[in-house]
Design a protein around this ligand. Structure first.
Ligand code: PRX
Length: 576
């Protein structure tokens, strides 16, 4: 078991007479969240209506909804603007016969059109599939093919990475960015032209709580990435946690730094803030400490949600990056994606005069579950406690609850509103998460202390978390063995001070190839070009032979033990 931490930092709002849970529940309940939606009156919902149109119909259309900036653009859109743009895009999709339940993917940089498109997709009842701009050919193809996407919103530049000939179901390509010459024979449509002629009002598609919302591909330890499918019901939890954990108030200016290719960038970069009607800051372009701080200052950001990697980089960038930036608007800061080191929490107190609140959840859980939320005491290094109404536990492999301070499987009692509804095309994978009746098994190991705080210990499977991004070792290994020099490959996460983990590949070479630094570089570049930069191994080590089970599975556990100079454990199934 890891080190037990006992340090306590008092929470922001303290009323020590009332237990935290009761205090939060008294202020805003799950019932309040459910009652908020039109479903409560009509039996029907639509996320885009609840997040955008509702504010306009209730007289808040002039409130600022999207504050966008990058190196060359700076734009502000009100809720009325968002309603109008998403209506138009919804009408464009309808014109081409795209409707309820169909998958429409978005593959473009963070820019306002991404957000208009996503809302328009939801308005026709289609299921949105956002992809990271960094994805290369194989990564894009695998996701579009698996989901059977019928349409893709992208830019002419990124379209070059879409292998259309291998995607028979992909009928429409909507090109953003003034492509001068879309080819209608190839199903290409100009976003700008269609938007200009589309009607600005529409009757949106009313849906049930279990109708589709969004699909996010995420990695496991075996097989291709899994399509985690979420439904409309998730809005209850997005709205609720927006109040309880993000602490959003009508006047807030909120910034979630995540890209919508990642679940944080949709659940908390789109849904939670807009359901709660706040001004949402979107910053395009790459991470840069000074730009980020300037963005906080210029927008007067009050609530900020980011990730440990970013905080560690900001910490590393030191004082100079802060020079002249006024961060005094900040009122609440949160983190997600990987363990938040206690020293980062302490640094945040000094530099931001804010305690960074850690939050734990997963793509599959759809929304936050275990958090440090306003009103509770923070223990630096702990993910916090289950939200009111959420039951967590540490289970042994047979499903028994273990005593405090014992490490085991972090599990959540099923169901909760934002729980994934399926893994697309893969019911067997889905049921693995629910193998212990009544529980969702997260794949994380953790322990609980005697005050009900949870402490993250690691992944139980081999999934690598690098800079907050989940990388499945299998996907990287599959790409590696496509390289002509590679006979076999085993991929692990190697602990790293800034990125959490980095990808390390152990490779055995085919006959006729000799180990060299140049070959390492070539192999890393090959993965980068085929999958994405963040999936490329930062370290490669050549081995004559890799440890394998008798059934031929590479034993990553043994590779990891080699790397960390630890005992390799039970080797009874090893080949020879
Ligand atoms: O291992 C946990 C880690 O990230 C995994 C989920 O990754 P993903 O689906 O990409 O979603 C992250 C954003 C919701 C978890 O299984 N993780 C997430 N939050 C934390 C964390 N590890 C430690 N502390 C956290 N707060």
């Amino acid at each position: 078991m890891g080190q037990v931490h006992n340090e306590i930092i008092p929470g922001r709002v303290l009323n020590s007479n009332m237990p935290d849970y009761d205090r939060a529940v008294a202020e805003f309940t799950w019932e309040d969240a459910e009652r908020h939606f039109s479903w409560y009156d009509t039996g029907k919902v639509n996320m885009a209506f609840e997040a955008v149109d509702r504010h306009v119909l209730e007289g808040r259309g002039n409130a600022r909804a999207l504050l966008y900036s990058d190196a060359s653009r700076e734009e502000v859109y009100t809720y009325s603007d968002l309603m109008e743009r998403s209506n138009r895009f919804g009408n464009v999709l309808r014109k081409y016969g795209i409707g309820k339940g169909e998958r429409v993917f978005i593959f473009m940089p963070r820019q306002p059109e991404l957000y208009f498109s996503l809302l328009g997709i939801l308005k026709v009842g289609a299921v949105a599939g956002p992809l990271f701009e960094a994805f290369m050919e194989t990564a894009v193809k695998d996701r579009l093919a698996d989901s059977g996407a019928v349409a893709l919103v992208t830019t002419p530049e990124l379209l070059k990475r879409v292998k259309r000939e291998e995607l028979p179901e992909l009928r429409h390509i909507i090109l953003v960015g003034g492509d001068p010459d879309p080819d209608p024979d190839q199903g290409e449509i100009s976003f700008e032209e269609e938007m200009a002629s589309a009607p600005s009002d529409m009757e949106l598609e009313w849906l049930g709580l279990d109708d589709g919302l969004i699909i996010h591909y995420t990695s496991g330890s075996t097989g291709k990435p899994k399509g985690v499918y979420h439904v409309q019901r998730a809005m209850i939890q997005h709205y609720y946690t927006g109040k309880i954990v993000l602490d959003l108030q009508p006047e807030d200016i909120y910034w979630c730094t995540a890209d919508p290719g990642w679940v944080t960038g949709t659940s908390y970069g789109i849904f939670a803030p807009w359901l709660n009607g706040v001004a949402n800051v979107i910053r395009g372009g790459r991470f840069s400490p000074l730009d980020w701080y300037k963005s906080i200052e210029r927008n007067a950001v009050t609530v900020w949600y980011s990730a440990p990697t970013a905080f560690r980089m900001l910490m590393g960038a030191g004082k100079n990056s802060l020079e002249g930036a006024d961060l005094s608007s900040l009122r609440h800061v949160m983190s997600v994606g990987e363990p938040l080191n206690p020293e980062v929490v302490r640094w945040g107190e000094k530099v931001y005069q804010q305690r960074i609140h850690d939050t734990w959840w997963m793509t599959e859980t759809g929304a936050q579950l275990i958090c440090n939320y306003p009103g509770m005491d923070i223990k630096p290094g702990s993910m916090g406690r289950p939200l009111p109404g959420i039951e967590a536990a540490i289970l042994d492999d047979r499903g028994n609850v273990v005593p405090p301070y014992t490490m085991g499987n972090l599990a959540i009692r099923t169901p909760w509103p934002s729980m994934m509804k399926m893994i697309w095309n893969n019911p067997a994978k889905y049921s693995e998460y629910f193998r212990i009746p009544g529980w969702y098994i997260s794949g994380d190991s953790a322990y609980m202390d005697d005050e009900g705080y949870y402490w993250f210990q690691g992944r139980i499977d081999d999934v690598i978390n690098t800079s907050g991004e989940r990388i499945g070792p299998f996907e990287v290994e599959s790409k590696l063995v496509e390289h002509p020099a590679v006979a076999e490959a085993g991929v692990i996460g190697k602990p790293d001070a800034v990125r959490g983990e980095i990808i390390k590949a152990f490779i055995s070479l085919r006959e006729g190839y000799l180990p060299s630094a140049a070959l390492k570089e070539e192999i890393a570049a090959f993965v980068k070009a085929g999958l994405s930069a963040h999936a490329a191994p930062r370290e490669i080590e050549f081995k004559d032979k890799l440890p394998k089970t008798r059934s031929g599975k590479i034993m990553r556990r043994v590779l990891k033990a080699w790397e960390l100079h630890l005992p390799a454990g039970d080797l009874s199934t090893i080949e020879d």
